[in-house]
Design a binder for this molecule. Structure first.
Ligand code: PLP
Length: 454
């Protein structure tokens, strides 16, 4: 099955043989609820048996089209043969040794490659982690440490998601449940509202607003309660992921970069979800023509093996020996998977495909919008696309979102939400236009059917 030629998958349609969740899925759902802490917020009970390319099969034999990519991870498609091969070859050599005390070649080769594909022509250095949240922890520590204790504060954005460990959670602010009963968090983190033009937190209109969201940081935060000379960094997602697939206005990052330069703090971008080709460029910040000081990545970097990294200006990445390390960070098998992933993105021209199929999807969603007024906003870059569902009054339509996703699942399309009521479209970058059309037609039917069920 796994080795069926790709052409078969290219013409495949979803195939629901048992109404999901089927009996085998339900058995695992039951055991999962008994044995695993239920701190996740799952959208529907998908129980995966195997996955290949853009297709996912559940334990009851249903085949789904995947608009999730294991949440923006399997950018080159599930179980890409070249990635699987690289993992096998490396696993047969050795599985682990630890960069904390020793050296091996794979992380060095990968660092060379990451330095080339990230924006900025200056010398760079890399630090490896195992996940997105750890990349953000590493970025916070690097920024504070770089200034040797003179700049303890961090500016982040309300509406963002940066992870769930204590440092990154202190920056995260997309839903109260992420923080409820879990405080106190890291002190010295200040939030400005995320530039979300569809629902501007300042109730302004773009472009007449003249980018008040940036001026607010300078004129209010830095003049009234955050001493600018004590700020180490501003940390931001170039496109908000978990918070609702929100694309800031074009000149936002140039203005933010100017602010960082004026007051001497670092610009750190969290590309954990938006990076590794997802938006049709290697990194989403490239759409805004701005070069950050540090880029945090994870998710798509190694196609599903645990790996994260921060890539930054060499002069900034200067934490002293003993101050930061990770036993598994830079694991050789994960690094081999990452090198193969990058190679596949290049060889299969997946940035171009993400741009092309992404443009098609945006156009198709905008057409849908004329017929379905509940689609309040369509936004995105490449294959990071959000469609926000709204009530007649324009409020977030949370119930319609849940019903739509559930209906799509039952019809063989895997898609989840972001923010309060946004459909999150993040398929593998290998998706063809035909497959995208299949998925969008199911989505359209699902929204209409969900509206009838309301
Ligand atoms: N940063 C962003 C932008 C993310 O989307 C996520 C996860 O969704 C994280 C950080 C945290 O990554 P992880 O779940 O690997 O810790």
């Amino acid at each position: 099955y796994i080795y069926l030629p790709l052409i078969v998958y290219k013409s495949m349609k979803p195939n629901i043989v048992v109404p999901p969740p089927g009996p085998k899925s339900m058995e695992i759902v039951k055991k999962d609820s008994e044995l695993l802490m239920q701190s996740f917020a799952r959208w529907y009970p998908l129980v995966v048996k195997r996955a290949y390319g853009v297709w996912v099969e559940d334990v009851d034999g249903n085949v789904y089209l995947d608009f999730n990519s294991g949440i923006a991870v399997t950018n080159v498609g599930h179980a890409h043969p070249k990635v699987v091969q690289a993992i096998k070859e490396q696993a047969e050599k050795y599985l682990h040794y630890s960069l904390t005390d020793f050296l091996y070649e794979e992380p060095v080769k990968l660092a060379e490659k990451l330095s080339k594909i990230t924006p900025g022509a200056f010398p760079k250095k890399v630090f490896y982690t195992n996940s997105g949240t750890e990349s953000i922890e590493a970025a916070i520590k690097t920024a504070r440490g770089h200034f040797r204790g003179t700049r303890p504060y961090i500016i982040a954005f309300a509406g963002s998601f940066h992870g769930r460990t204590y440092g990154s959670l202190s920056l995260t602010s997309s839903k109260p449940v992420q923080r409820r009963h879990l405080g106190p968090l890291l002190p010295g983190v200040y939030h400005a509202p995320y530039p979300y033009c569809y629902r501007c937190p300042f109730k302004q209109r773009y472009p007449e607003c003249n980018m008040w969201c940036v001026d607010f940081i300078e004129e209010w935060m830095l003049k009234k309660y955050v001493p600018p000379e004590e700020v180490a960094a501003v940390v931001i997602e170039p496109i908000a992921g978990e918070g609702g697939y929100i694309v800031p206005p074009p000149e936002f990052f140039k203005r933010l970069r100017e602010l960082a330069d004026k007051y001497g703090f670092l610009l750190i971008v969290d590309e954990v979800q938006s990076g590794m080709g997802r938006t049709g460029k290697w990194f989403a910040i490239e759409h805004f023509g701005v070069t950050p000081d540090i880029i945090a990545v994870a998710k798509g970097i190694a196609s599903g093996l645990p790996l994260g990294a921060i890539i930054g200006k060499a002069e900034v990445m200067d934490l002293p020996p003993g101050s930061h390390a990770s036993t598994f960070g830079g694991n050789p098998v994960s690094c081999a998977a990452a090198l193969a992933t990058i190679q596949v993105i290049e060889e299969e021209k997946l940035l171009e495909n993400a741009t092309r199929v992404g443009e098609y999807a945006m156009k198709r969603l905008r057409e849908m919008q004329t017929e379905i007024p509940a689609i309040g906003d369509v936004r995105g870059k490449g294959l990071m696309i959000g469609a926000e569902l709204v009530t007649e009054k324009g409020e977030p339509h949370i119930k319609l979102l849940q019903l739509t996703l559930d209906t799509a699942f039952k019809k063989g399309l895997l898609v989840i939400g972001a923010g309060q009521s946004t459909i999150r479209i993040a398929p593998p970058l290998t998706i063809t236009q035909e497959q995208m059309e299949t998925g969008l037609s199911i989505l359209e039917e699902s929204i209409k059917e969900a509206q009838r069920k309301l």
